[in-house]
Design a protein around this ligand. Structure first.
Ligand code: SF4
Length: 476
């Protein structure tokens, strides 16, 4: 007779009580968390309460709470309330925490009060990866991705939003007054109605908006977020904007491990040097190569990186506006290094005439008055009536030329960059779910991101090595 597999009776007692360790297999990732945290010197990293106080109620050891958080971020359980719940019913957590069950407030406070030390744990794991030779010959891809903050779009104000809201309220007030005028012209009723509740509300709202407009204008970034004041409205896709943080990460091209990360409150441009310096520190190597997309292109950054011994590979962007004006693009002018001249599309030489500064860059100016005056393709070259076409060349432009030549010669670099950086961002965003960050303020968000990065790197290492080998390597 056929039958199904039967479970054990719920009331049945066992002769030999099972140990909790029997429920956690040898290749369970929870064992890596346990060993990794036990091997860290928590007091050196600055964790609170590593040594129990002589008086008062005993508290939890920071190792317990750190293990709980690493487990949570590895298993998509980031909220303190959910972690508390899981510690009551999850066998892996019972094993990891030795059946301790901290309440959500203790769990949340630990993350809030140990931000700097948690970032140190993330760095410690990167150091472990470095010692295990997990990084390539220092070819690093850098990219930024916008992660949603705890701040609704409607609670973020910018000058254009203020203008829109103020004009809408002003129009409503005008429409209301026009309506009163039409119906009660000359009568006293109009005056009475003018102070009616709707009008009063509109006027109060207008005053509030004008106050807010002033605050927005006085803010250094010209925008105010009310729920999380550190978050900023940023372009997410071509047409959509969200209140976000911009997470910068440097990913090694060999195993897609995150070498370094940071959080900024603006676009990618101007942050390349900051991240590259962190990478040099993290992998303890100066001569690295960083690949980034054109959003990072900044001559100042490329010069700073060169000074640091870093090779940058960032595609150049054309900001000349030549295409829009319908005139010859700068790329059609060839630079002759020996003669220090530009050869224009008409084959004329534009000489180096003077040096000046523009937007913090030292530039040489090239032009040829006579050639441009008599040129028969002039209309295709400049929109100026009399002045010649001028070419501006940054004094360190050779750096850009060399970089562009390397990029042209190795088109696979762009594909490698995309494949490398998309992996961690895709994984972390999927684990975070649609809400992304749970905490407010930059410092807290940085702590949250460190836990995500640690969980991502830990998961990658478990995939590459397997649990038993990774445990042996940590203990070594
Ligand atoms: S306008 Fe001057 S720079 Fe332009 S193609 Fe003619 S000669 Fe050359």
């Amino acid at each position: 007779m056929s039958h199904h597999i039967k479970g054990q009776g719920r009331q049945q007692t066992t002769l030999f009580p099972e140990a909790l360790d029997d429920f956690v297999s040898e290749d369970n990732p929870v064992r890596v968390i346990d060993i990794f945290v036990d091997e860290i010197d928590l007091s050196e990293l600055g964790f609170e309460r590593v040594y129990a106080k002589q008086t008062g109620r005993p508290g939890y050891h920071p190792a317990t709470l750190l293990k709980l958080y690493i487990y949570g971020y590895l298993n998509r359980i980031q909220s303190s309330r959910r972690l508390e719940k899981e510690s009551h019913r999850n066998v892996e957590l019972m094993w990891l925490l030795e059946r301790l069950m901290p309440d959500f407030k203790t769990i949340a406070d630990f993350r809030k009060n140990n931000g700097k030390a948690i970032k140190g744990v993330c760095r410690q794991f990167i150091e472990l990866c470095r010692q295990m030779n997990m990084f390539s010959d220092s070819l690093i891809a850098i990219d930024g991705s916008k992660f949603k903050a705890v701040n609704n779009k409607s609670r973020n104000y910018t000058p254009s939003k203020m203008k829109f809201h103020i004009s809408r309220i002003e129009n409503s007030i005008q429409e209301y007054l026009d309506g009163l005028d039409k119906h009660d012209k000359g009568s006293q009723q109009a005056e009475e109605k003018a102070s009616s509740s709707k009008l009063r509300w509109l006027r109060e709202r207008l005053a509030e908006l004008k106050d807010m407009e002033k605050t927005v204008q006085e803010h250094p970034d010209k925008q105010v977020s009310l729920t999380d004041p550190d978050s900023r409205l940023m372009k997410v896709h071509h047409l959509s904007r969200q209140v976000c943080y911009n997470v910068q990460s440097a990913v090694d091209t060999k195993h897609h491990l995150i070498v370094s990360h940071d959080i900024v409150q603006s676009t990618d441009r101007g942050h390349l040097t900051l991240i590259a310096k962190q990478v040099q520190q993290a992998i303890n190597k100066q001569d690295i190569t960083v690949i980034a997309d054109k959003g990072y292109f900044s001559r100042n950054d490329i010069k700073s990186l060169d000074d640091l011994g870093v090779t940058a590979l960032v595609p150049q962007i054309d900001t000349s506006g030549a295409k829009r004006k319908g005139i010859f693009n700068k790329s059609l002018f060839r630079y002759n290094k020996q003669k220090d001249v530009y050869i224009c599309p008409a084959g004329e030489e534009l000489q180096n005439r003077m040096r000046g500064f523009d937007s913090g860059l030292e530039l040489d100016l090239y032009f040829n008055n006579i050639a441009c005056r008599d040129c028969n393709i002039r209309v295709k070259c400049t929109t100026a009536k009399r002045d010649p076409r001028r070419m501006r060349r940054w004094v360190h432009e050779t750096l850009i030329d060399t970089m562009q030549a390397t990029l042209d010669a190795t088109p696979e670099i762009t594909v490698l960059r995309k494949q490398t950086v998309e992996h961690p961002f895709g994984s972390i965003k999927m684990w975070m779910g649609s809400t992304h960050f749970l905490m407010r303020r930059l410092d807290n968000v940085k702590t949250e991101m460190s836990l995500h990065v640690l969980a991502y790197n830990l998961r990658r290492m478990i995939t590459i090595f397997g649990v038993p080998s990774l445990i042996s390597a940590i203990k070594a």
